[in-house]
Every structure is written in C-alpha cells, then in structure tokens.
Design a protein around this ligand. Sequence first.
Ligand code: NAD
Ligand code: AKB
Length: 313
Amino acid sequence: MTKEKVLVIGASGQIGVELTLALRKIYGNANVVASDLREENELLKGTGPYVSLDVMNKEMLHVQVIRQNITQIYLLAAILSATGEKNPNLAWHLNMQGLLNVLDIAREEKLHKVYWPSSIAVFGPTSPKQACPQRTIIEPSTVYGISKYAGEFWCNYFFERYGVDVRSIRYPGLISYKSAPGGGTTDYAVEIFHEALEDGKYTCFLKEDTYLPMMYMPDAIRATIELMEAPSARLTVRTSYNVSALSFAPREIAAEIKKHIAGFDMSYSPDYRQKIADSWPESIDDSVARADWGWKPEYDLARMTKEMLENLK
Ligand code: NAD
Ligand code: AKB
C-alpha cells in the first residue's frame, strides 16, 4: 500500500484543528501537514508539521505538494455565510479559486483523494424546509451558498472528466469547543455556551423559533473520515452528500442549557443573519449518505449540550 501524506489547508480553523488531530491519529503525526494563512493554532503546536500557506497562491501550493510528497488534500479554507455577505467578491474569489487551484493540482499530480466541504447553505428559500432531500430545488440566496453550489459541480466535473477522487459533505452548522467558529450564521450555537458559562446570559442574533440543521463536531469529524475511507465504488454522489444530526431552535438549546445552569437568561436581537437563516432548510434528509457509506449520527441535543458545558468549564 502506498504511504499516504496528507495536506490540510485551513488547519487553524474551527474544523481544521480537530480534523488535523484526527488525521494525525490515523496516518501518523509526521504524515499530516497542517497549513493555514494565519498562525498555527495552539492545539496543533508540537503535534506535527505546520506550513504557512495561501491557497490562492497556486505556485506555492504546487511546490508544497511536490516537496512534501502529498497524496491527499483536505481543503477547509473558505469564507463562511455571514462574513461572505459583508464581502461577496472576496468570498466568491477565495471559495472558488481556492478550490480550482486544489483540483487542478490534484489532477496534475494524480493525488489519491481530495476532501472539500460544502454546506447546507447551498439550499435556498425555494428548497423544502423539512427533511430537505439530497436532490431537490437548489436556489441559494447567499454568495457563500452560490460558491458552495458551484464548487459542488466543479468537484463532480473533475471526478467525471479527470477521475480526481474528490469527496464532499454538506455540513450543517457545527458546534465545537476546541476552536472558535469563523463567521457563520450558525455561530450562535457555539457562542451561547461560552456566554452562558461566563455571564449566565446570551443575546441571540436569531429569533427564538429559528430551526436550523446542526451537528456536534465529533460527529462531523467521524462523518468526514468515514466518507473518505468508503470504497469509491459505493459513492453515488460526487457533488456533495447531505448529512444530518440535530435540528433545534435557539429557545430549545437555551432550555437545554438551563437544565445545567438554572439562572441562564436568553434574550433575542435578530440582525442581518436572520435573513440568511430563514433561507435555509430546518432539517435535512440524509438517507443517501446512510445507504451509500453507512452514515449515522451519535449525538442528540442533550448529550451535546452536556459535553460542551463540561469541556468548556
Ligand atoms: P474557519 O473560518 O473556522 O476556518 C477556515 C480557515 O481557513 C481559517 O483558519 C483561515 O485562516 C483559513 N484561510 C482563510 N483563507 C485562507 C487562504 N487564502 N489560504 C489558506 N488558509 C486560509 O472555517 P471552518 O468552520 O473550519 O470551515 C471549514 C470548511 O467547512 C469551509 O469550507 C466551510 O465552508 C465548511 N463548513 C463549515 C461549517 C461550520 O459550521 N463550521 C458548516 C458547513 C460547511
Ligand atoms: C455558516 O453558518 O455559514 C456555516 C454553514 C452552515 O455553512 N456554519
């Protein structure tokens, strides 16, 4: 078996830190190179190689891939929904060109596999609100969603035309305690834990009854690794897989936190992110991922809340 050497781009971000640590357990510390535009995350320091890298600089990226004998790339560098609405051109540029740079290099260097996440943000106001299916009407209304939907089809194109083994998941909002979220609409579901523990109160930027699909980070990391380890022949989706775990509204997570912090006080002050949240489905149908590669979530709202509070304390 060929030795795998993995490059994680965007390794200092919310997913990158935990995914890099998980990949280092599988492939060995020295065989997973973490990279980011910003400095190495504290949790990664001393656990394996780190290089400073801008995914927009294709030449430098190509040099690193050759120099380090990279066989797989996990591309996590992106601008998320809320930040994207503040700077649409930058979001489009990074989210598209970063992906195209990686796909081109993967084709030229015959990389074994590429991972690139999409998002539930591909869905828009005309998509079904409940149990949104794998294949349905997709008319995204954010620049982030547009870039993810276009990206999904680039992945499919590179697979069909050049045989690049690129795999993808449409993550819901991810909840984690190790590294901070990076400018999304679902970030409230992380902030709430920090502020509940620090101040005993939180002002939510979404309305109390805004249901959104969510997932606890250990489930997301496991989903990613299970998809990447699945036999290629079993995968029927080469755009991006729906995966589902939780669906809750701000008032429901507040009620769950109150079970642990009795005096916790939640108030609401919706801002521009409400419109983004309103354009997304409330829940996701992930039956294709379940059938193709055996996906199944482990965490419900109660278990996730308990673990988040215990770990953040
Ligand atoms: P994040 O913002 O926390 O991390 C992204 C990282 O990319 C940051 O550390 C940033 O410094 C780095 N980066 C930015 N520009 C770069 C560049 N030019 N070159 C190299 N690195 C650069 O994001 P995240 O939440 O970890 O998301 C990772 C991926 O997962 C993204 O594609 C995102 O769209 C997707 N996703 C995330 C969520 C979520 O809830 N976190 C949900 C759905 C999809
Ligand atoms: C965001 O809110 O932008 C992300 C996502 C769902 O893609 N968390």
